[in-house]
Design a protein around this ligand. Structure first.
Ligand code: GDP
Length: 313
């Protein structure tokens, strides 16, 4: 063990004599052979690798969750979400395995109502940027879906931006009009195509200036293709649209955290058919859409709003 009152690292030697140094800046206690130690791991749920795989300093540690981590006041579908920061303990007998003992307080969380489970679902935690992905066609442009995802971003204190993918397929007048509305109310829109490469460098640069981000969109909008364009080595599997619409074929149900070679952390979520907003009462709705303020009587009621700005509370 290196370090004095604050332990800096622990070196573990296994039966084969192979040693491994684990960097840490925190020790909370000892539980027999198992230590409760940091650093806090940022992790993503990965269904294929079930159980959980926190990633910290490029190591993957398969973790099980201790029961108390799951107990929370409001029952939710997934008490730990991709992007959560957790304290883990390493199993000294097999250092690639461990337990999640505690979840750190989140500074942001994108949530939706999961109708099937009848519970709130956290799609991503501790993110800075929500990327709402849509297409000009194939699957069709769905502005109401985007509206709901934008609202979820606002409610969670995360900046929502729109990615309009597949612009190589051509925008019709209705889409142009709608996109102009979004711009008018100060949403950023990245128009891009993974086929022609248009707009991708700009998107990539904007992501680099931000912390962790999350991709949300229907199946087939091109989330995997966009990730591959941002970092070729990711090699995400790209599906044809007909198979992705078939639930039986495309079965990933959890978000996954991806790290690009430039160090960018992006949470990829499975394609979702609907986005039901939670954490808002109907009468509060207009306060979150600056476009509604132009037409509503909110300004007359003397609410403290800034019509010029996007954030309006
Ligand atoms: P995901 O389900 O959101 O991850 O979507 P994928 O990345 O798997 O893409 C779904 C389909 O759309 C695939 O057939 C891709 O080749 C295609 N696709 C992705 N991006 C574009 C694009 O910019 N233009 C066109 N025309 N097709 C695209």
């Amino acid at each position: 063990i290196e370090g004095e009152d604050k332990i800096k690292s622990i070196t573990i030697k296994n039966e084969n004599g192979k040693s491994e140094k684990i960097e840490t800046d925190y020790i909370l206690g000892f539980f027999g052979l198992i230590m409760k130690l940091g650093p806090i791991a940022e992790w993503g749920l990965n269904l294929e690798k079930n159980p959980l795989a926190p990633c910290s300093d490029s190591r993957l540690i398969e973790c099980r969750i201790k029961g108390k981590v799951l107990s929370e006041k409001d029952r939710s579908y997934n008490p730990i979400a991709p992007g959560d920061r957790v304290f883990i303990s390493i199993d000294l007998q097999s250092p690639d395995k461990g337990w999640i003992l505690e979840k750190k307080k989140r500074y942001s969380a994108v949530r939706r109502w999961n109708r099937k489970r009848q519970a709130i679902q956290t799609m991503a935690a501790n993110i800075e940027l929500l990327l709402a992905v849509t297409t000009v066609k194939s699957p069709p442009f769905r502005p109401r879906f985007i509206d709901r995802v934008l609202l979820a971003g606002e409610l969670s204190g995360v900046e929502p931006v729109i990615i309009l993918n597949k612009v190589d397929l051509g925008k019709n007048d209705q889409i142009v009009k709608r996109i102009n509305y979004y711009r008018k109310i100060n949403y950023r829109i990245f128009e891009c195509s993974t086929v022609t490469g248009e707009g991708l460098e700009n998107l990539s640069q904007n992501l680099r200036n931000k912390g962790m981000s999350v991709l949300i969109g229907q199946s087939g909008v091109g989330k995997s293709s966009i990730l591959n364009s941002l970092d070729k080595s990711l090699n995400r599997s790209v599906g044809d649209i007909s198979s992705k619409h078939d639930r039986g074929v495309h079965t990933t149900r959890f978000g996954e955290m991806i790290q690009t070679t430039s160090g960018q952390l992006i949470i990829d979520t499975p394609g979702i058919r609907e986005f039901q907003v939670t954490d808002i009462e109907p009468h509060e709705l207009r306060l979150w859409y600056s476009c509604l303020l132009y037409t509503s009587d909110a300004a007359d009621e003397g609410l403290g709003v800034d019509l010029g700005g996007r954030r309006i509370i």
